[in-house]
Design a protein around this ligand. Structure first.
Ligand SMILES: [Zn+2]
Length: 144
């Protein structure tokens, strides 16, 4: 059973691959939020050996679950209310990713027109391949 500690209301991201918590912290923009965030690194896990955990105080809309699913859909999202886990959310690969990835094609319209949203669409779910919506440039080997 996960110890949620002093968290009364918030989100616990569990089963993060050991060493990945700081990347997730950055990707989710948690450094820009005022809420309390606790990062636990190298926690012992029966399933994974070592894992990272992030605890965030506040409501679920602080966290973009699409981005999280894109980074690692094996992360468990626990919703905490009244100091207890009231809900677990399954993550999946998002169908579209907006303004997270940048197209590498220098001739792509999204590179030229700066005000356009950077949109990538899931092209191959099994191989986790995303392609630029505008020029179909591939973005694979997800590494964060
Ligand atoms: Zn493109």
């Amino acid at each position: 059973m996960l110890n949620v500690g002093s968290l009364n209301e918030g989100i616990v991201l569990d089963h993060i691959k050991a060493g990945k918590s700081m990347d997730i912290y950055k990707y989710l923009g948690l450094d820009k939020l005022d809420c309390q965030v606790a990062i636990i690194k190298n926690a012992r896990s029966n399933k994974m050996g070592r894992k990272d955990i992030i605890k965030i105080e506040g409501s679920l809309d602080l966290v973009d679950l699409d981005i999280l699913g894109f980074i690692d859909h094996d992360i468990t999202v626990n919703i905490i209310r009244n100091s207890e886990i009231c809900e677990k959310k399954e993550l999946s690969l998002p169908h579209t990713i907006k303004n997270v990835l940048k197209c590498k094609n220098p001739r792509c319209i999204s590179t030229i027109e700066q005000e356009l949203d950077q949109i990538f669409i899931l092209a191959d779910e099994e191989k986790e391949v995303y392609r630029c919506k505008y020029c179909e440039e591939k973005y694979d080997n997800i590494q964060v």
